[in-house]
Design a protein around this ligand. Sequence first.
Ligand code: AMP
Length: 577
Amino acid sequence: MPEKEIIEPPVQPVSPNMANYEQEYKSFRWEQVLDELSGFPGREGLNIAHEAVDRHAVGKKGAKVALRWIAENGTSREFTYNELKQETDRFANVLVKLGIQKGDVVCTLTGRIPELYITALGTLKNGSVYCPLFSIYGPEPIYQRLSKGKAKVLVTTETLYRKKVAGLMDRLEHLKYVLLTDVEKEQNDHIRSLPKLMGRAKSSFKVVATAPEDRALLHFTSGTTGMPKGVVHVHQAALTHYITGKYVLDFHPDDRFWCTADPGWVTGTSYGILAPLMHGITNIVVEAEFDARLWYSILEEQKVTVWYTAPTAIRRLMRMDIDVRKEYDLRALRLILSVGEPLNPEAVRWAQKTLGMPILDNWWQTETGGIMIANYPSMPVRPGSMGKPLPGIKAAIITPDNKEAEPALINTPGDSGHLALKAGWPSMFRGYLDEHERYVKCFANSWYLTGDLASRDEDGYFWFVGRADDIIKTAGHMVGPFEVENILMEHPAVAEAAVIGKPDPMMGELVKAFVTLKSNFEATEELNLEIKGFARERLGPAVAPKEIEFTDELPKTRSGKIMRRLLRDQEREKVEK
Ligand code: AMP
């Protein structure tokens, strides 16, 4: 257990929405949150897009900027809440015209472009299910997700379609339409021009009166054993998006919020789109990828007040020798938050020194739908700790020996065990798509097992210890070893493969593969490069192994299961030496 180091929370020019954590935790009721949302006037039901867009568009906020998009070339485009309503209504009408119904899955495969935001919200308005895909994936992960999700519509760009999807079309029997965002001419009955369709669609739409338990979002996440899992969320998740926006991101009406997450991951949806819009604030969207100077300029020029980013990016900023507060005017910035992987205490201290405030770490995962454990603007920061459970969330450290019985809680401060959450919060996933068994396995009686190991200190702060399984977190992205091993095994030279996360100072972990070769192949540098290239082409650079080590044998259990953990421990030891 680290020494008790405390940094005071950043001084705020506004009163934090949650002034006293302990008090709020005690009195909080989820039902109260509904009073702060609008539901449907005169109707039963809840729809995320109605809460995020329409209820602001009809009121005083109609003329307020909802989205400010900064393109890669530096130009920008704004959408007021009113305009966003019209555009998302148009997209919902496009879906209706194409015969896409409630519950049908609509995917995006794009970078951060306006069409992604319009698609996501328009899909929800139509009662369809929105599913983002990571644009850096190679064809294989894209195929897995589109086919498993039985996606009916894919919105993408012409280049991404040509490079990654065109070759899969024969195998995607459910996919009815590909809508290209940057093509003016209709291609054929299935490959259509989104601008053309939008141009012909009406700009008003009556949001489908979805029920709180209707499916809304589908996010794919990696598992240790099988192929990716489709994590299902319902419209009621809006309650978590809203309340975390209020208590953790501390949204106030004049905020300008920037979430740097890629829209292909859950953070990019829950916080890159939904939570800020639900609060009627201005959401800054930056198309370009990481660049330290560009990022600081954006913070300055856009007068960002609340900034949500990730440890990998922070570590990259730390590496640069920039006297930030001298070179940039960041006076508007009042909160910096981070999620996705462990945030080194060093990073929290660096931010305090360089940016004038500590970074507030928080923890959650695809399955939880929203932030569950956090450092709050009114609570002292313990560098290295993820913070305390959100009001309405019961978190515990447990030993899940017997999944049928109520698990034993570990109450001794500092002792680590499995991090578990009492089931039943609004954004808890409602299942893994078509994999009920896998879903049930995540619970020990009434507790959801997160797959993470953690401990809690005597003051109630939670500390991340590690994953309880073999999942890899590289640059904040989940990678399932099985998915990578499968592709490696398709290379003619590969006999067996074991994929692990190797500690890396910048990316947290990097994907490393141990490979045994078939007898007629020689372990040469050339072959190593060739296999790496093969994997990169199929899986994309975010998932493919960065390192491959040839070995004569892989460690196995008696029953023949590859012991990835052993390889991982060996790598850790090597790095620590
Ligand atoms: P994902 O489902 O891709 O969002 O990944 C969720 C996983 O990322 C968690 O189960 C953790 O293993 C890790 N993670 C997320 N946030 C944190 C954090 N603040 N500290 C440590 N690990 C984190």
